[in-house]
Design a protein around this ligand. Structure first.
Ligand SMILES: Cc1ncc(C[n+]2csc(CCOP(=O)(O)OP(=O)(O)O)c2C)c(N)n1
Length: 540
């Protein structure tokens, strides 16, 4: 068997369903072996989109998404998506080709050192230098990518190795999914004691809660012990927004924590919380807060994050045991007051509804009533993401996908395709600004070809909304942020899919319902009024 064919057997062994990418001359063998395999190759129109697809597929399924590219420019095009998976903790395995090993020590056509390039944006990477190493390298790539905290790994397959014969009867290594270890009892007791004694404990929940399937347990913990929960962007869905203990999303603005009462709390219980989303400096500027750290891994080091105790291990189990240990019925007045303050603030930011005008906060508020509780919403990056973080009311875990580690524009449209391939029965909506949308617009062709009927909403403001707003706030003028747009409805039609335009706020619901019912990918052009951007988080 050729090495390339054996790699494909190893991917099958890992139960890989899709490989997203663009082939090149140096991976002809690998591509040919994929033809007859159970791994379906999904051709994308840009490698960056392939990596975003693998990233979102990995987040939703917990199995590493796979993206494929050739050497040189194919591999360099993967970088943003691979880096996104790295910082957003999404399991992803990138496989790139490389030139014949006899040429890598000198200047050669299309050769750049991809191993070095990918080192800082992956948890681990390796070159296959002999067919004998394939079972170990492929197994390790998947194991490392999927282990807490998940992220990207990278395997490089040089052209000449792909062509080599393996030993007589090569076999992939068996897969073992290892559960996170149980938390240490002494630390659990110490944490329980701190929580018991605190007057105003508050949970700061991050994406780790969702990744470890601990959302229900967190809800029981919070509601039984009457401890309010504020969550990060990527923690949206850890608690249903209707829970009386939910203080909604923090991290939208630097001083959000005051609104949620984090500054008044005498014990911050960080659960599955990740610095990449919300720097502790923002909510613990003096570094003097009492902190309980509950996560699958020990805490990262920061002078603004010095936990009194670290409960490390399976998050669900930690919360369950703690709930049993902390018995004192707690007064819920403070928690309820904090929630009331948050809801009042949101209401004031929602503001009056001027006739016809499409305000981002109102669109996102209304979107909750249009979408079902299991439908998936994927955000791109920009002002719309901040509005979404604040105003889209989430009910269940894994129903909102946001890039908030790398925060990479362009993820939403390809992410939608991957989500639909992962679960074709699910309704998938993406939201982009007109900047990010045009960064990945070419993937509408992939969506059409793959028949992934996603609804792609675009907040159109003719510019890089969030950067324009920050420039105006700092200098009172803006530069390099305005552009012209094509007609988005006609653009969609040119791709052979359907385009809609919402002209008036009153049409939003009917247009979206029609788009959701269409059995093809759609683009919905929403000319948004961003004049409230400077006031996000300000009105009261
Ligand atoms: C790939 C990438 N390039 C640049 C940025 C920096 N950036 C963050 S938001 C933003 C503007 C986004 O504009 P748009 O997509 O139109 O969304 P809006 O802010 O208008 O909602 C930019 C340029 C980024 N996050 N990602």
């Amino acid at each position: 068997m050729k090495a390339a064919a054996f790699i494909v057997s190893c991917l099958e062994n890992e139960r890989v369903r899709f490989a997203f990418g663009i082939p090149g001359e140096e991976n002809l063998e690998l591509m040919d072996s994929l033809r007859e395999s159970s791994v379906r190759f999904v051709l994308t129109r840009h490698e960056e989109a392939a990596a975003f697809m693998a990233d979102v597929y990995g987040r939703l399924t917990t199995h590493a998404g796979v993206c494929l590219a050739t050497l040189g420019p194919g591999a360099t095009n993967l970088v943003t998506g691979v880096a996104d998976a790295f910082l957003d903790r999404a399991p992803l395995v990138a496989i790139t080709a490389q030139t014949n090993l006899s040429r890598v020590h000198r200047e050669s056509h299309q050769f750049v050192d991809i191993l070095q390039l990918f080192k800082p944006i992956t948890k681990w990477n390796a070159r296959i230098e002999s067919p004998d190493t394939i079972p170990e390298i492929v197994r390790k790539a998947f194991k490392v990518a999927e282990a807490e905290k998940p992220g990207s790994t990278h395997v490089e397959l040089p052209e000449n190795i792909a062509d080599e014969e393996t030993s007589a009867d090569p076999r992939p290594l068996p897969i073992e999914r290892i559960p996170n270890p149980s938390p240490d009892r002494t630390n659990l007791e110490k944490a329980a004691d701190l929580i018991q004694k605190a007057d105003r404990p508050l949970v700061l929940a991050g994406n780790g809660v969702i990744r470890s399937g601990a959302s229900d347990e967190l809800r029981h913990f919070a509601e039984d012990l009457r401890i309010p929960v504020a969550h990060t962007f990527m923690g949206k869905g850890t608690m249903p927004w209707t829970s009386p203990m939910n203080l909604m999303t923090v991290g939208v603005l630097p001083r959000d924590y005051e609104l949620a009462g984090l500054n008044e709390s005498d014990l911050v219980i960080c659960v599955g919380f990740d610095f990449v989303e919300y720097d502790p400096l923002s909510w613990n500027p003096l570094g003097d807060r009492r902190i309980v750290h509950i996560d699958s891994l020990p805490a990262e080091i920061s002078v603004h994050y010095v936990p009194d105790v670290e409960v490390v291990g399976e998050i669900r189990e930690s919360l369950r045991v703690l709930r049993g240990h902390v018995r004192r019925p707690r007064e819920s007045t403070w928690a309820l007051q904090s929630r009331e303050r948050v809801l009042k603030q949101l209401e004031s930011e929602l503001g009056e509804r001027p006739r016809g005008v499409l305000k981002p906060q109102q669109v996102l508020w209304e979107l909750r009533d249009i979408l079902g509780s299991d439908d998936l919403l994927i955000s791109d990056v920009g002002a719309h993401k901040l509005w979404l973080g604040r105003f889209f009311r989430t009910i269940k875990p894994n129903t909102v996908i946001i890039s908030n580690g790398l925060s990479a524009m362009g993820i939403a449209v390809p992410g939608g395709i991957a989500a639909k391939l992962a679960d074709p029965d699910r309704r998938v909506v993406t939201l982009s600004g007109d900047g990010g949308f045009l960064m990945s617009v070419h993937e509408l062709e992939t969506a059409k070809r793959e028949r992934t009927a996603t609804v792609n909403l675009v907040f159109r403001d003719g510019g890089l909304g969030s950067i324009r707003w920050k420039q105006m706030a700092k200098f009172g003028r803006s530069v390099g942020t305005g552009f012209d747009n094509p007609d988005l409805v006609r653009l969609a039609e040119a791709f052979g899919i359907r385009g809609f335009r919402v002209e008036h706020a009153s049409e939003l619901s009917s247009v979206l319902s029609e788009a959701l019912q269409a059995n093809v990918p759609t683009v919905v052009d929403i000319p948004v009024d961003y004049s409230d951007n400077p006031f996000i988080g300000r009105r009261s």
